[in-house]
Design a protein around this ligand. Structure first.
Ligand SMILES: Cc1cc2nc3c(=O)[nH]c(=O)nc-3n(C[C@H](O)[C@H](O)[C@H](O)COP(=O)(O)O)c2cc1C
Length: 319
C-alpha cells in the first residue's frame, strides 16, 4: 500500500470517464482515498483551437492536485502543442499527461482518434514520442486489448509505448469491438505486465474492494483503475485501501450515500450553475441511490427537480 507511482500513496486510481468524472466527483474520490484522478478525455484539437468549453475541462481542484490530464487526438504536432500549453498552465497541478488510445466511440474513431490508433501502431508511436518531447511531466498511454478479437495487439502496443518513452500504460482488457460489454480479459493485462518494464495500470471490471485485490494479485499490475465501479460509489477507494491494508472494510450507510450525493450536487451548483448542475446530477443521483429502499419510486421526482433545495427535500426523505 505504499506504492506511489505518480501521485498520493495508494494503488487505486479513478478512471477517466467523459460526462461522469467531473472535478467535484474526483475530489470526493480523493477524500475517500483515491490515489490518482484523471480528467475526462480532452480534445487536443479543441485546445489547439482554443475552445472555451474544452479548456474548462482542464480545471483541477486543489484537493486532487497533482492530477492526470487525459487528452485525445491523432496529429502529433497538435498533441505536442496542446501538451506544452497544459504543462505551462497547470504546472504543479499536473501529475501526468495520459493519451487516450482506447476510446471506442464512433465519433472518436472515425477521426482516427482513440482506439483507432491501435490499428496504426507507427502513428501511435509518433504521437507518444511527440508528447514525451513536449511534456514536462511523465506521459502515459491508455489503450485496450486490441481493435477486435482478430487483431489483439495490446502487448505489441505496450512495447511500442515503452520504446516511445511512455512512463506507464493503462490497459483495459476489452477490445474496441466489445465497447463495455462482456468480461474484461485480465490475462492480457497479466501478459503485458510480465513483458514490459514500465508500470502497468490494470483496468476493467473492478466493482468492489475484492475485485481490485484480485486484479492486483492475478495480473501483478502496479495499480488498478476503477471506472463504472466508482459511479455513485466513491467509497470504493476507502474499501480498497482498507482491504489492502488488512483493515476492516467499512461500507457506507444510507445517510453517508445521500450526504455525499447532496455534497456533490451542492459543490457542482457552485461551479457550473444550479440549472445545469441539477440536470447533470440526475445520473449521479441514480447511481448514489441505487438499491436504497424507496429510491426507485422517487426517481421521477428526482428527474424533475429544478433546484438544489428541491433535491435536498426529496433525498432527505430516504434517510
Ligand atoms: C461513461 C464512461 C465514459 C468514459 N470516458 C472515458 C474517457 O474519457 N477516457 C478514457 O480513456 N476512457 C473512458 N471510459 C472508459 C473507462 O475509463 C474504463 O476504461 C472502462 O469503463 C473500463 O473500466 P471499468 O470496467 O472499471 O468501468 C469511459 C467509460 C464510461 C463508462
Amino acid at each position: 500500500m505504499s506504492t506511489n507511482l505518480f501521485s498520493r500513496n495508494g494503488v487505486a486510481y479513478l478512471a477517466p470517464m467523459a460526462g461522469v468524472s467531473d472535478k467535484v466527483f474526483r475530489g470526493i474520490c480523493v477524500k475517500m482515498g483515491c490515489a490518482l484522478t484523471y480528467t475526462e478525455m480532452i480534445s487536443a484539437k479543441g485546445l489547439y483551437y482554443k475552445s472555451g468549453l474544452t479548456h474548462k475541462l482542464l480545471e483541477i481542484s486543489p484537493i486532487e492536485e497533482p492530477a492526470a490530464v487525459q487528452i485525445f487526438g491523432s496529429e502529433p504536432e497538435i498533441i505536442a502543442y496542446a501538451i506544452k500549453n497544459i504543462c505551462e498552465d497547470l504546472s504543479t497541478q499536473l501529475a501526468i499527461i495520459d493519451i487516450n488510445m482506447g476510446c471506442p466511440a464512433p465519433k472518436i474513431v472515425k477521426n482516427g482518434d482513440g482506439s483507432a490508433l491501435m490499428k496504426d501502431v507507427p502513428l501511435a508511436a509518433k504521437i507518444i514520442e511527440a508528447a514525451v518531447k513536449a511534456s514536462s511531466v511523465p506521459v502515459t498511454v491508455k489503450f485496450r486489448k486490441g481493435w477486435d478479437e482478430n487483431s489483439v495487439n495490446a502487448l505489441q502496443f505496450a512495447q511500442m509505448a515503452q520504446e516511445s518513452g511512455a512512463a506507464a500504460v493503462a490497459v483495459h482488457g476489452r477490445t474496441r469491438d466489445q465497447f463495455y460489454s462482456g468480461k474484461a480479459d485480465w490475462d492480457i493485462i497479466a501478459e503485458v505486465k510480465s513483458k514490459i518494464n514500465i508500470p502497468v495500470i490494470g483496468n476493467g471490471d473492478i466493482f468492489d474492494a475484492y475485485t481490485a485485490k484480485n486484479m492486483l494479485e492475478y495480473t501483478k499490475c502496479d495499480a488498478v483503475m476503477v471506472g463504472r465501479g466508482a459511479q455513485g460509489n466513491p467509497f470504493i477507494f476507502r474499501e480498497i485501501n482498507a482491504l489492502l491494508s488488512a483493515e476492516q472494510v467499512e461500507l457506507p450507510d444510507v445517510k453517508e450515500r445521500i450526504d455525499t450525493a447532496l455534497f456533490h450536487a451542492k459543490e457542482l451548483c457552485e461551479c457550473m450553475g444550479e440549472k445545469y448542475a441539477i440536470v447533470y446530477m440526475r445520473k449521479h443521483i441514480a447511481w448514489y441511490t441505487k438499491g436504497i429502499e424507496g429510491a426507485a419510486k422517487l426517481r421521477a421526482l428526482i428527474n424533475t427537480a429544478n433546484s438544489l433545495s428541491e433535491l435536498n427535500k426529496i433525498l432527505s426523505t430516504l434517510i
